[in-house]
Each structure stands twice: as structure tokens, then as C-alpha cells.
Design a protein around this ligand. Structure first.
Ligand SMILES: Cc1noc(C)c1-c1cc(NS(=O)(=O)c2ccccc2)cc(C(=O)O)c1
Length: 130
């Protein structure tokens, strides 16, 4: 089992830990599962790349992410989609946008505080070498 696999296993542990903490946060309940197309029939006409926290976990387990940057692109989709689909001034839209902004800020704060820059650089080098 070479060094690269050890690094990527550590990356997956970190990303699972971050994702599970977000899933446990009650503010982000609406982001825990794919938007229900029965409940929101026109959703896929507006949002071309749906994403949610349970899909992030599946992606991690399927070794989709080789860098934290790739993971961040998918977490960005979650809040960007919510802002795009819920643009109006009514209280419901404002509430989901507030939670979307909280998700954006929370992910960035966790990564800034807990991701070692040297570790991410090693992941980037593995990605370039593949
Ligand atoms: C997310 C999202 N993006 O556009 C919209 C609109 C939402 C969104 C969708 C739902 N209903 S849902 O059946 O698709 C669902 C329930 C529980 C977990 C995940 C999805 C609820 C809410 C809410 O604020 O409670 C928000």
C-alpha cells in the first residue's frame, strides 16, 4: 500500500468528518438529502447540477475527491444552487438563503482552521501525477 494511498485515505477521513459535522447541524437539514422532485417539480429545470450532503458522502466513499479543492467545488454547488433556486424576497426564500450563506461560511471556516496547507499541496501533486 503506497504512500499516495495513505495520503488519500487520510483525505477521505477528513472529508467524511467535515461532511458528518455539517449533516448534524440542524441549520443544514434541507441540504442533507437531494431536493425532493415530488415536492419541488421544476427543480431540475432550474438547477443543472444538484448536490447535497448525502451525495458528498457517497462521492467520498467512491474516491471521487483527490484534493480538498475538488470537494469544495461540490460543497459550493449546494449553497449556490439554494441561492439560485430561492432568489425571491419572501420569508421562505430568505430563510433558505440565510442557511445557504451559513453553510458557505461554515465550510470555509472549517477548511481554513483544520486543513494543513502542506497536506493539500501533497494531494494536488498526486492529482497532477495522475
Ligand atoms: C434545499 C432546497 N433548495 O431549494 C429548495 C426549495 C430546497 C428545499 C427543499 C425542501 N423540501 S425537500 O422535500 O426537498 C427536503 C426535505 C428535507 C431534506 C431535504 C430536502 C425543504 C426545504 C426547507 O427549507 O425545509 C428547502
Amino acid at each position: 500500500e503506497d504512500q499516495e494511498e495513505a495520503v488519500l485515505r487520510e483525505l477521505r477521513l477528513f472529508l467524511r468528518n467535515v461532511t458528518e459535522r455539517l449533516t448534524l447541524d440542524r441549520r443544514f437539514k434541507a441540504f442533507t438529502k437531494p431536493v425532493d422532485i415530488e415536492e419541488v417539480p421544476d427543480y431540475l429545470m432550474v438547477i443543472k447540477k444538484p448536490m447535497d450532503l448525502s451525495t458528498l458522502l457517497t462521492n467520498i466513499d467512491e474516491h471521487k475527491y483527490v484534493t480538498v479543492g475538488e470537494f469544495m467545488s461540490d460543497t459550493d454547488l449546494i449553497w449556490q444552487n439554494a441561492l439560485e433556486y430561492n432568489p425571491d424576497s419572501d420569508p421562505m426564500d430568505r430563510h433558505i438563503r440565510h442557511r445557504a450563506c451559513a453553510l458557505k461560511d461554515t465550510v470555509r471556516a472549517i477548511i481554513k482552521d483544520e486543513l494543513d496547507e502542506d497536506f493539500e499541496r501533497v494531494c494536488e501533486e498526486i492529482k497532477e501525477s495522475r
